[in-house]
Design a protein around this ligand. Structure first.
Ligand code: HH2
Length: 265
């Protein structure tokens, strides 16, 4: 199997299809499986390297759901796109990841970085799926209450270095893993900006970096009113500082912008 940097060359766009009623950016839009599958196919046509399918909202304040509840809206979508669209499953649960992998998912995107479910590392290791490990301070219910760091870039890097070592110790091949600073997950506007400004601190860990700035509230707090343009600008800034994969809702705009940015490299 290919190392992640060959499968996802820099820059690659990860499209987002949330099949949850309450996602902060596209909640409810993709509840009909035919609509969700069509959105995933369109993202692939627009140049997404992979589409991230999620059945549990991680928006600030959200509560957890059971594996069955999380799988219910996802399975019909995966059945419709299996084989045609490269899929990442946005989950922290081993049972959800295992079923999604059976249905063709090639990446597991875990916003808890293998901390929530002790069986998830084994599922990833046993399947050979790609893995995204993301940093989060606190949990979705409380993370935005009062996030604090002495040195956000160094602390996020140290966390991801430890989670990467854990994944490898559990049998996950290091060359299948990418790392994500977790924009908006227990961070202020200034923390989010600092993480992109100092992305080199994360890159020093030697793994490709994935950044998800698309439609995050920091953009509006910076004064943006057109979230699509603002998301694209943040994605280009992250790419320029070394990000490999960009997670985005508006795929065509991101693919065009990143291809043009790449032409200057
Ligand atoms: N952001 C969200 C969800 N999953 N995964 C990674 N690796 N990185 C991110 O930045 C990230 C993520 C939140 O955004 P969204 O999917 O739009 O909303 P929700 O979690 O409410 O479904």
């Amino acid at each position: 199997m290919e190392p992640i940097e060959l499968r996802f060359p820099r820059p690659s766009v990860m499209g987002v299809v949330n099949v949850t009623p309450d996602s902060f950016s596209d909640g409810g839009a993709h509840l009909d499986p035919d609509v969700a599958a069509a959105a995933a196919r369109r993202m692939a046509d627009e140049g997404a390297a992979i589409v991230d399918v999620g059945g549990e909202s991680t928006r600030p304040g959200s509560d957890g759901v059971s594996a069955d509840e999380e799988l219910r809206p996802i399975v019909p979508v995966l059945e419709r796109i299996a084989g045609g669209v490269p899929v990442s499953i946005d989950t922290a649960k081993a049972a959800v990841a295992a079923r999604a992998i059976e249905l063709g998912a090639e990446m597991v995107n875990d916003v808890t970085a293998l901390r929530a479910d002790p069986d998830l590392a084994g599922v990833v290791a046993g399947s050979g799926a790609y893995l995204c490990l993301m940093h989060m301070q606190g949990d979705p219910r409380t993370m935005q209450i009062d996030p604090r760091y002495d040195d956000v870039a160094a602390e996020v890097a140290a966390f991801l270095e430890e989670r990467l070592a854990f994944a490898v110790a559990e049998g996950v091949a290091e060359d299948r893993v990418c790392l994500d600073p977790g924009i908006g997950f227990g961070k202020t506007v200034e923390h989010n900006l600092e993480l992109i400004r100092r992305l080199d601190v994360l890159l020093a860990l030697g793994r490709p970096v994935l950044v998800g700035f698309s439609r995050k509230s920091t953009l509006a707090r910076l004064g943006a009113t057109d979230l699509r343009s603002a998301s694209v600008a943040a994605a280009v800034a992250a790419y320029e500082r070394g990000a490999t994969i960009v997670r985005a809702h508006d795929v065509e705009a991101h693919v065009d912008a990143l291809n043009v940015a790449k032409a200057f490299a």
